[in-house]
Design a protein around this ligand. Structure first.
Ligand code: SF4
Length: 410
């Protein structure tokens, strides 16, 4: 085990007018303050010398960003607090392994900040800023490399979407699109709405968890969302709650405002060691999501991003955790699919026996592969799809060089 990071209690509770009780109660019209250095964090929570040193070393490679609203949700008396694991740099990030582009997004990048992997879905990477930096971010290259990958000038991306009539869904992502000013988002939504074949606009965002005040304090944002989320053509917010404790009262109010604006809110989360890998935690998360009218959409196997290994749980154990969590969930709470966002497509783990694992292409870069079912020998240490491909005795040989071995097709 790595050295634990013992943050002591908040040195000051007045930094953002927090009122702390067992559960946080928020002050209206709060503007969370962003914190990007270990010094600033120390001022708020008080770090030991060792914690400071450890964090500073990590921050030389992987940047740090959080805000004081989210920090206030952390239980600083608990070294193993799951919310702390989400945002506080951990020395294990430096242990290596993984890649900065674990899903080979560069292969599907058509223009800077424009990805097109699945026929119906185009991605626009609008921002390289988030409400916080998740330590397990699958796109941490946006924060780590100097190369700019997000769209500065959105017109070429919109033109790409306009000329690809097969695109019915556009995912605005990044980073977090809600880190942009409303005045910058509005013309993008307006232009997308003028493209007749784009029916669904998705906005990938952890802002409801990181900073619900982004929504609560901005009636203009709600206005534009309600204007462009119509009964026939909805806007979806793909929220990113990893843990039920992120679903605070202000966060739920923000979601309610989005829903009242006609936005459909769904949730996607990776399964993360030390964050939500306990079946009881996952049960609570799924149940709370369903109670709030947030459809659980995807549970991701944690991608092998650089520095992520300690967050990853072997695929088959992840599957078991989800099944256990679902035993105490209603049907509405277990609508998510458990998938790996692999370079070749979204691969759903659909079942397992003592000897084999069953997977299916839920989405695929090669449309012919969608729906194909694969059977692999069990590999309890596999953390990613590739670990099954490297088994010495596949059940059948490789069908093509481009797609990985699909050993058994039903
Ligand atoms: S919100 Fe998403 S893009 Fe931003 S740091 Fe977290 S995982 Fe990465």
């Amino acid at each position: 085990m790595p050295p634990a990071m013992h943050c002591t209690l908040f040195k000051t509770l007045t930094v953002c007018q927090f009122i702390l009780t067992d559960q946080i109660i928020m002050v209206e019209n709060m503007q969370p303050k962003y914190i990007q250095t270990v010094d600033e964090l120390d001022t708020i929570v008080g770090l030991t010398k060792k914690e400071r040193n450890d964090m500073e070393k990590v921050c030389e490679t992987f940047p740090f960003r959080v805000n004081d609203y989210y920090l206030s949700l952390v239980d600083w008396k608990n070294d193993r607090d799951p919310l702390k694991k989400i945002v506080i740099p951990d020395p294990r990030e430096l242990k290596g392994g993984g890649s900065l582009d674990p899903s080979s997004e560069k292969d599907y990048t058509k223009l800077p900040g424009v990805q097109h992997k699945y026929s119906q879905t185009g991605l626009l990477l609008l921002s390289d800023v988030c409400g916080g930096i998740c330590r397990f971010c699958f796109r941490k290259r946006l924060f780590v490399t100097k190369e700019r990958e997000t769209v500065k000038e959105v017109c070429p991306g919109l033109e790409y979407i306009r000329t690809h009539r097969e695109i019915t869904n556009v995912l605005l992502t990044g980073g977090d699109p809600f880190s942009l000013e409303t005045s910058r988002l509005e013309p993008i939504l307006k232009e997308l709405r003028e493209i007749k074949h784009v029916n669904i606009i998705r906005i990938g965002s952890k802002m409801p968890a990181y900073n619900p005040y982004r929504f609560l304090n901005d009636p203009a944002l709600m206005d534009i969302l309600s204007r462009y989320s119509t009964p026939e053509q909805r806007i979806y917010v793909m929220a990113h709650y990893n843990h039920p404790r992120e679903m605070t009262q202000p966060s739920m109010e923000a979601v309610a405002q989005l829903q009242q604006s006609g936005v459909v809110v769904v949730n996607q989360t990776p399964l993360l060691n030390e964050v939500n890998s306990d079946p009881g935690t996952f049960t609570d998360l799924f149940r709370k999501l369903s109670f709030a009218g947030i459809s659980p959409y995807y549970v991701f196997q944690c991608r092998p991003s650089l520095g992520n290994r300690f967050f990853q749980i072997p695929v088959e154990r992840s599957y078991d955790i989800i099944q256990q969590a679902w035993q105490r969930c209603s049907g509405l709470a277990k609508r998510a699919r458990f998938v790996m966002s692999h370079a070749t497509g979204k691969i759903e783990v659909v079942g397992k026996t003592q000897t084999h694992v069953f997977m299916r292409y839920h989405q695929a870069a090669e449309p012919a592969a969608i729906g194909k079912t694969m059977v692999y020998r069990s590999n309890p240490t596999a953390r990613w799809f590739d670990d099954y491909l490297h088994q010495p005795t596949p059940i059948r040989g490789f069908l093509s060089m481009k797609m990985p071995a699909m050993q058994w097709l039903f």
